[in-house]
Design a protein around this ligand. Structure first.
Ligand code: RTP
Ligand code: MG
Length: 140
């Protein structure tokens, strides 16, 4: 498997509880390198664009409000098989179903407030990275 890049968000529930460093430590321990990183505060509209794929789902409004409720940390992670590896380290969407040792098992509060986002495929990773970062901000 080649070196890949994936897009990650440390969500409001985690930044609020000062868990940014603890979460990044898990990425790094799994062999993922942070090649871009910034702390931003999304508007509800910006969160809506990012999660547009879920706009017909019943939790969409709540999800957008949550993502705009506090600052987030957006990052690009690089490594061998980075997309799958990141999702493995994150654990299942619902923390009640997440494996031992995963970020969501340790830190997530609920299926909605689940501490992290990670891209789910190569095309979405590319789109999400381009939405948040310019080429100059990616330092491999
Ligand atoms: P993400 O996109 O944030 O990395 O999470 P994911 O792939 O594991 O899950 P996805 O199905 O894409 O859902 C996106 C986010 O929506 C919230 N959600 N809430 N209340 C609910 O039933 C519910 N289901 C999903 C979560 O914050 C989830 O991460
Ligand atoms: Mg998703």
């Amino acid at each position: 498997m080649a070196i890949q890049r994936t897009f990650s968000i440390i969500k409001p529930d985690a930044t609020k509880r000062n868990l940014t460093g603890a979460i990044v430590a898990k990425f790094e321990a799994a062999g993922l390198r942070v090649v871009a990183s910034k702390r931003i505060h999304l508007s509800v509209a910006q969160a809506g664009v990012f999660y547009a794929v879920h706009k017909e789902r019943p939790f969409y409004g709540e999800l957008c409000e949550f993502m705009a409720s506090e600052p987030i940390v957006v990052q690009v992670l690089e490594g061998e098989d980075a997309i799958a590896k990141n999702r493995e380290v994150m654990g299942a969407t619902n923390p009640a179903e997440a494996a031992e040792g995963t970020i969501r098992k340790e830190f997530a509060l609920s299926i909605g407030e689940n501490s992290v986002h990670g891209s789910d495929a190569e095309d979405t990773a590319k789109e999400e990275i381009a939405y948040f970062f310019s080429g100059l901000e990616l330092v491999g």
